[in-house]
Write a protein that binds this ligand. Structure first.
Ligand code: BES
Ligand code: MN
Ligand code: ZN
Length: 501
């Protein structure tokens, strides 16, 4: 499917279907929608007057042009109330429109850029959001389907009439396409069944991405992981027949910089819980337990594509968590790469374990900031549901940057406190720390363990267990793996500028 921008008049554009939009409460459409309305002898105005179309967010209605336009069908998508309009609503409208056009059997779609006119958005931002929404909304996982899934669009063309805005729209569309593709790549990785994406395959995927996008990639196997004293990763992987991997992606810009951002993502390619075996229902989507790692790989793909001016390192400790005969056991003590010891209270709290070693590894880069991202706890689903990732931090300035990036990308995060009092819950009597803290504040005690391994560097922990997977179809997030995080992490890198206060 091709997504492009052209300069021209949407009234004259030859497509199967043309997409226009409407804010809620508008009775006489303006802009491109108004022009289409006039060409259709006021049909859209009539629909509004009759109460058949209100412009509610993501509401759609289609009508026939009957020869008044080259396009056979016109699709109107609602943008909701104008004073509640956001970049994310533009993304949603684009996703909803693209999916509706596909359902209608259209092949060639032409659309205006939602929000770039009356909506008042910056044209680059609006066009980027429109392309993202389109590419993300149309996503399907097709690795195992034998039929072609029926209907597919051939092209979506964003038509901009204003010559002065066109360069911006064109730039936004090409950026949005790259960003949407990266997130879909994350979805592909996270959706792939556990048996078909063991640690070695995840590492292989990262390495071929790195080749394609000009990043340096180093893959450590079990011996090299042992040589780095990352015994905690080895401990977690002991119950599995699949050898672990430690993935290192390195982007160093041409111009000298003293800013280094380390992104670390949990890469548990399947989480059975280990000897603390999960019940069946809870295990069902644990092939997605590497979603944090995949989002780091996706963010690094965007770093390779856009080549920002800061250094960015991506780290993914990749392992299965299995209950094999040699599996690590409750009560075991593992020693992390920085020498700290961890009592294993529950083998199902494995994400914080592999990340502990990754955070130790991060120190060699003398990082300006560290962001880790992980499907760490079921508790964060209880706290925040599917609409925000949990954020925990030791640095308010870094957290503010991540929160701001969440607003821009629509990948929202919400801070939970990480007061020292919570550290009490992970105190061990036989080791430096234990890997669980009881039922109370389960997401925070996970972060409290990680905090011991960041060596007081500015750090943000993102718990994405609630947002990485969705069972409700949303305008640009179809059911399944959402691909959350790549856009968010990349946005932080992109907006980095002068670093931290
Ligand atoms: N991968 C899970 C967390 C998870 C749960 C992700 C549901 C996505 C959906 C993690 O490894 C885990 O099992 N966490 C335990 C921690 C507990 C044993 C302290 C949990 O949340 O129950
Ligand atoms: Mn687990
Ligand atoms: Zn897990």
């Amino acid at each position: 499917m091709k997504v492009t921008a052209v300069q021209g008049n949407i009234l004259e554009y030859d497509a199967d279907l043309v997409v226009v939009n409407l804010f809620e409460g508008v009775t006489t459409p303006g802009g491109a929608t108004g022009a289409v309305d006039r060409a259709l002898n006021g049909q859209i105005t009539d629909l509004i007057a009759a109460g058949d179309f209100e412009g509610k967010l993501n509401e759609t209605l289609y009508l026939y042009s009957n020869g008044a336009l080259p396009a056979r069908r016109i699709l109107i998508v609602g943008l909701g109330k104008q004073d509640e309009f956001t970049l994310d609503r533009a993304r949603q409208a684009a996703g909803k429109a693209a999916r509706t056009a596909r359902d209608l059997g259209a092949k060639r779609v032409a659309s205006i850029v939602h929000g770039a006119g009356i909506g008042g958005l910056d044209p680059v931002d609006a066009a980027r959001a429109a392309a993202e929404g389109t590419v993300l909304g149309l996503y399907r996982y097709q690795r195992y389907t034998s039929d072609e899934n029926g209907k597919e669009l051939d092209s979506v063309t964003f038509v901009e009439a204003d010559a002065e805005k066109f360069a911006a729209v064109s730039q936004g569309v090409s950026e949005g396409l790259a960003i949407g593709d990266a997130q879909n790549f994350v979805r592909d990785l996270a959706t792939t069944p556990g048996s078909d994406l063991p640690p070695a395959a995840l590492a292989e995927a990262a390495s071929s991405m790195a080749q394609e996008f000009g990043l340096q990639c180093t893959i450590l196997g079990p011996e090299e992981i042992a040589a780095e004293n990352m015994n905690v990763i080895l401990g977690v992987s002991r119950g599995s027949d699949q050898p672990c991997r430690f993935i290192v992606l390195d982007y160093t810009p041409d111009e000298v910089t003293d800013q280094t951002i380390v992104l670390a993502g949990k890469g548990i390619t399947f989480d059975t819980g280990g000897l603390n075996l999960k019940p069946g229902d809870s295990m069902r989507h644990m092939e997605c337990d590497m979603a944090g790692g995949a989002s780091v790989i996706g963010a690094m793909r965007l770093v390779g594509h856009f080549k920002p001016s800061v250094r960015v390192i991506g780290l993914v400790p990749a392992s299965e968590n299995m209950p094999g005969g040699n599996a690590f056991k409750p009560g075991d003590v593992l020693r992390a790469a920085n020498g700290k010891t961890i009592e294993i209270d529950n083998t199902d709290a494995e994400g914080r374990l592999v990340l502990a070693d990754a955070l130790c590894y991060a120190q060699r880069y003398d990082p300006t900031a560290i962001i880790d991202i992980a499907t760490l706890t079921g508790a964060v689903i209880i706290a925040l549901g599917q609409h925000a990732a949990g954020l925990m931090t030791n640095h308010a300035g870094l957290a503010a940057k991540v929160v701001a990036a969440g607003e821009v990308t629509g990948e929202r995060v919400w801070e939970l406190p990480l007061w020292p009092e919570y550290e009490e819950q992970v105190k061990s009597t036989i080791a430096d720390v234990k890997n669980t803290g009881g039922r109370a504040a389960g997401s925070i005690t996970g972060a409290a363990l990680l905090k011991l391994f960041v060596d007081e560097k500015p750090w943000v922990h993102l718990d994405v267990a609630g947002v990485d997977f969705t069972d409700m179809d949303r305008p640009y997030i179809p059911k399944g793996s959402s691909g959350f995080g790549a856009r968010l992490l990349f946005q932080v890198v992109r907006d980095w500028e002068d670093g931290l206060e």
